[in-house]
Design a binder for this molecule. Structure first.
Ligand code: ZN
Length: 167
């Protein structure tokens, strides 16, 4: 998937969790969604041509030899990222946003025929959901469109709750 699809996917997953489970102050809201956006891009730090590697080449350096869609595209990678974010920010909404964004990335990549090695390094088996959506092709456009509709729905729902509370 391209970075645009991953960003929208991260925000949608974070938005669904946010609207169902908790309320956020303005600062928490900003931190949470910035975290989700960053988390949605982080797994592709292992790919030299990815958006995040192009923007932050220094971050890509340690992952150069690992290869694409290995450690960073696994539950271990998600756990390590959670540990890093937790130690940097503690238990706050930045960390939760990053973890949800990261998880959304893995789920979206599982739509691709290449799949995702969720249990790497224990097994290199690549898990898929559908596994027929190719990056940058018609299938991804459809996924992107569905995610944008879901995002619009979440925004409208969120705005209606704000105006309801303001009455
Ligand atoms: Zn990826």
């Amino acid at each position: 998937m391209t970075y645009k699809t991953h960003i929208v996917g991260g925000i949608v997953l974070a938005g669904v969790i946010h609207q169902h489970f908790f309320t956020l102050s303005e600062l928490e809201f900003t931190c949470y969604y910035i975290g989700a956006t960053a988390g949605s891009l982080l797994p592709d730090i292992d790919h030299p041509q990815s958006f995040i590697s192009q923007q932050m080449s220094l971050l890509h350096y340690p992952f150069k030899k690992l290869g694409h869609r290995k450690g960073t595209h696994s539950l271990l990678g998600l756990g390590i990222m959670w540990g890093i974010v937790y130690s940097l920010f503690g238990t706050n909404y930045v960390g939760l946003g990053v973890v949800l964004g990261y998880l959304s990335h893995l789920l979206l990549d599982m739509l691709n025929p290449k799949g995702v090695p969720l249990l790497y390094p224990f097994t290199k088996y690549k898990y898929k959901i559908i596994g027929k959506i190719h990056t940058g092709e018609r299938g991804e456009e459809i996924v992107y469109f569905i995610l944008m509709v879901a995002l619009l729905f979440l925004v409208v729902k969120g705005l209606s709750q704000i105006s309801f509370l303001g009455l």
